[in-house]
Design a protein around this ligand. Structure first.
Ligand SMILES: *Cc1c(COP(=O)(O)O)cnc(C)c1O
Length: 382
């Protein structure tokens, strides 16, 4: 493994951390180790097996992610939901209570209300650290947030959440998928565990489904005990692809930040647009919190059309930006949360959550910004 010191910058860590140097050939990148069986005793004196989350290609990605998020250790999963569900099941038992941020990724919300309740785990939802504090109960074990959130890009004060969780002996967890470790490191701010859908920015090329958990060694060890039973592993080939994607993460996210900032400003000034949600805009309600805890504001934004009825027309007229689900890849994608991620909600629930029919979510890619601005400009000329 390449040695990493905490003094290295994130772009250096992206390129080098965790690389499994090939002693036999001198190859400077990690080889793929597809084996499911390893002779013993081995140098690590460990029983190596993919479902034990310890084969070489899994360890490469885990080491890189632990270094990027400034945690002690990490586990790589077969999807973001495998990472999220395994952490929650590792820390929650029947009779326990868990608090979640009110606006969550749809898949996480669905998991909470179907699975956790079925296992006799009580759940509550809140929006701010003050609301979290008053919703805490003696049996609360987990405090789970997402910042920035989907699709309104609301940000929560992570230092305040971390402090609250420490004071009450509760595990704090954040889904850091939207920010990436390039823009935001929650662990140094006091959050216990970070989860990612690596399917998005971490891989970045829209061709791998994966997840990661990063935390202290004791927390990762506890999650690993459950992970072995739940079996949500990632195979060596996909780990290799994810490692390759991660090498350019800092470069890509820098460009995503730049492009999203430019597109947000353009849309804010456009007469056909009534509102833009992007934490980098001074008008965003959480701009101050975001400025304090983020190094960049990310590649995700959403906006509302002045005439919501024209939203389908807008999607048809875009030539470069593609109407599609998912996010975080090199290509610009657009979707309508009211018809996709938040479709299962009732009209009133959507209204309460601020998801209007004219809301468009954009995952801003790394194309030339002039081409993107031109595309949105021509599509908005109704
Ligand atoms: C996509 C996503 C997930 C789920 O990840 P999968 O890799 O699809 O399982 C969780 N959280 C956020 C914020 C996401 O965007």
């Amino acid at each position: 493994m390449n040695d990493q010191t905490p003094t290295h910058g994130p772009a250096t860590i992206c390129v080098h951390a965790g690389t499994h140097l090939d002693k036999h050939t001198g190859g400077i990148g990690s080889p793929i180790f597809p084996c499911t069986s390893y002779a013993y005793p081995n140098p690590a004196n460990e029983n190596i097996y993919p479902r034990y989350f310890n084969v070489p290609n899994q360890r490469v990605v885990a080491t890189k992610m632990a270094a990027l998020e400034k945690g002690e250790d990490a586990l790589v999963f077969g999807s973001g939901m495998a990472a999220i569900s395994t952490v929650l099941f590792a820390y929650l038992k029947p009779g326990d209570h868990a608090l979640f941020q009110a606006d969550l990724y749809g898949g996480t919300h669905h998991f909470i209300v179907t699975e956790l309740s079925a296992f006799g785990i009580e759940v509550g939802f809140a929006a701010t650290p003050a609301e979290f504090e008053s919703a805490l109960r003696p049996n609360t074990r987990v405090l789970y947030v997402e910042s920035p959130s989907n699709p309104l890009l609301r940000c929560v004060d992570l230092a305040a959440v971390g402090k609250l969780s420490r004071e009450h002996g509760v595990l704090s967890v954040i889904d850091n998928t939207f920010a990436t470790p390039i823009n935001q490191n929650p662990i140094p701010l006091g959050i216990d565990a970070v989860v990612h859908s690596a399917t998005k920015y971490l891989n970045g090329h829209t061709d791998v489904n994966a997840g990661v958990v990063i935390s202290s060694r004791p927390v990762v060890r506890k999650v690993a005990e459950y992970a072995v039973n739940h079996g949500g592993t990632l195979d060596a080939h996909a780990c290799y692809q994810l490692e390759r994607g991660l090498k350019t993460l800092a470069l890509r996210v820098g460009r995503h930040n730049e492009n999203a900032g430019r597109l947000a400003t353009f849309l804010q000034d456009h007469p056909a647009v009534s509102r833009v949600n992007y934490p980098g805009l001074t008008r965003h309600p959480d701009h101050e919190i975001a400025s304090r805890q983020m190094r960049g504001f990310g590649g995700m934004l959403s906006f509302e059309l002045g005439e919501p009825a024209r939203v389908d027309e807008l999607l048809r007229r875009l030539r470069l930006a593609t109407p599609a689900l998912s996010l975080g890849g090199v290509e610009t994608l657009v979707c309508l949360p009211s018809q996709t991620s938040h479709r299962s909600m009732s009209c009133e629930e959507r209204q309460r959550a601020g998801i209007s029919p004219g809301l468009v979510r954009v995952s801003v890619g790394i194309e030339d910004i002039e081409d993107l601005l031109e595309d949105f400009d021509q599509a908005l000329k109704f």
